[in-house]
Design a protein around this ligand. Sequence first.
Ligand SMILES: Nc1ncnc2c1ncn2[C@@H]1O[C@H](COP(=O)(O)OP(=O)(O)OP(=O)(O)O)[C@@H](O)[C@H]1O
Length: 294
Amino acid sequence: MQVKINILFVINPISGGKAKSTIPTLIDRYLDKEKFNANFRLTEYIGHATEIVEEAINKNFDIIVAAGGDGTINEVATKVLEHKKIMGIIPLGSGNGLSRFLNIPQRNLKEAILVINNLKTDKIDSATFNNKSFFNLAGLGFDAHLSSAFSKDKKRGLAGYVKLSLKEVFSYNDEIYNLNIDGVEYVRKAFAVTIANSSQYGNDVYISPNASVKDGLLDVCIIKPFSIIKLPILSYVMLKGTAEKSDMIEIIKGKNIRITRQKDGPVHVDGEPLKMGKEIEIAVNPLSLEVIVP
Ligand SMILES: Nc1ncnc2c1ncn2[C@@H]1O[C@H](COP(=O)(O)OP(=O)(O)OP(=O)(O)O)[C@@H](O)[C@H]1O
């Protein structure tokens, strides 16, 4: 008899702003029961996914599936990476940046579960932002300011995010950053500095269209200060995936990055807001995380 694999689905009930009460039933319907013993847990607070995964690994779960957005993936993947297990993804977030990059079916739960049934895996890069792991994007400046504001907002989902961005962009002030990228020094005034492992924020909004989670590199994306009348152009560049050709964004690839800013403040790590000091050390950990892919 085939030995079944213990698989745990960690479901974030608030990600993407949609109800998740039917998700366990749907997963159960399409999951291959010949292959898997499945279990389900709903997260109850920020950081809970990390605790759930730690517990599950002690109980011999080999595959942990993050059912949520990039924040849920971050919490699950941090522990999966530490214990060298395998992560699956069911995209249920507002943006789903990493799962879109990996071509995991969006808005089609059945298709996403069939990907898990196939059990094809690949190794991807992870990275650290001071002491925090990240897998999609992390950053400073406007992005960080916005994730902090978004986390306090009642409305999740794309519409809420766009509305809030438009409100906050008018009052945001650019900052000066000293960047050391693989030993080379740069000084830049910027609207935002995003460190990209994958290519996109989510919702097919591209900050670094040619970034890859398999190249052993991080893309330091500097959004230059711009006049507010150019906001539609910046949005167009990101939606079209033409950042590399735009004079509004500078992209420098590297492995070891140190960013020094003028004061402590917000950062975001996979879209989740945190506060950090003036100095941020960033490094890539090539092909370190095993993920189920189509
Ligand atoms: N029950 C809960 N109540 C409040 N927050 C929760 C709960 N469970 C998890 N969280 C937190 O919700 C946050 C957002 O999760 P997630 O990033 O998956 O969704 P999202 O922001 O809608 O999607 P994306 O990051 O793809 O845009 C995470 O920081 C997570 O820790």
